[in-house]
Design a protein around this ligand. Structure first.
Ligand code: URA
Length: 249
């Protein structure tokens, strides 16, 4: 870890400490409620508030609620809402952009060609799809796979926040430009800013390229693997190839 990463890591730990102190009713002595709210929210895209009637006690309840969601225009053309899937308390959460055609038909995230590549990346990290959690910024397919609009993202973001609060992962990995701009900063530039630690809801977030980009530009796989190695180091995961080599000796 270089000095910048170490400082970011420390800041993230302080943020989480402050947020959990507030949640269990302790005073956070040097931080105003406004600053704490900012820390919780971060500089990401504005989420359209849900109001006080919305409250779920589990991922399952949230999923059931969302299957009838009509908060934005994407609901009118979807076949299936794609909630996300994986281990309910996964250590690692991947966040993509939006369902594509195959995802819309099956109701499952990342099952098309980009999904197959993501599954391979997860395996190369020594994990399986069942051991992580995979979700998206918006849960319904944008027509003709266009980018989701900012208001659609704002409508769906509170659900992703709720999802992540239930899962409580140690690390989030965002895939591509739109998730990084939604979760980190509107000015995020994927070619310039990927591969550096950021925070969402106080959780370390590693932004990398979208697997669909890798299908078009395979040379970028090297960068993604570097980013995945940073995640593996944080999660103390061993490269399965190294393990295989060790067993040969
Ligand atoms: N691309 C995404 O961003 N998400 C999916 O679920 C599938 C493809």
């Amino acid at each position: 870890m270089n000095v910048r990463e170490e400082v970011m890591h420390l800041v993230g730990q302080i943020k989480r400490q402050l947020i959990s102190s507030q949640e269990i009713g302790l005073d956070a002595p040097f931080v105003s409620t406004n600053s704490l709210n900012y820390l919780k929210k971060g500089p990401q895209m504005d989420a359209a508030p849900l109001g006080e009637d919305f409250c779920w006690s589990s991922l399952k309840e949230l999923k059931d609620f969302m299957s009838n969601c009509e908060r934005c225009r994407l609901s009118t053309e979807r076949k299936n809402m794609v909630f996300g899937e994986g281990l309910p308390h996964a250590r690692l959460v991947f966040v993509g952009e939006a369902p594509g055609m195959e995802e819309d038909v099956t109701g499952r995230p990342f099952v098309g060609p980009a999904g197959k590549l993501l599954t391979d990346i997860i395996k190369a990290m020594g994990l399986t799809r069942e051991e992580v959690y995979i979700g998206n910024i918006v849960k319904c397919r944008p027509p003709d796979n266009r980018d989701p609009e900012p208001d659609e993202i704002g409508m769906c973001l509170p659900f992703l926040k709720a999802q992540i609060s239930f899962i409580e992962p140690e690390i989030i990995c965002s895939l591509g430009r739109i998730p990084a701009q939604s979760l980190v900063s509107r000015n995020f530039k994927i070619t310039r800013d990927r591969g550096q630690w950021h925070y969402f809801l106080g959780i370390p977030l590693m932004p990398t390229y979208h697997p669909a980009y890798l299908l078009r530009y395979p040379h970028a796989k090297r960068d993604v693997w570097e980013d995945m190695q940073k995640i593996m180091k944080e999660l103390r995961l061993k490269d399965p190839r190294e393990l295989r080599d060790q067993n040969k000796d």
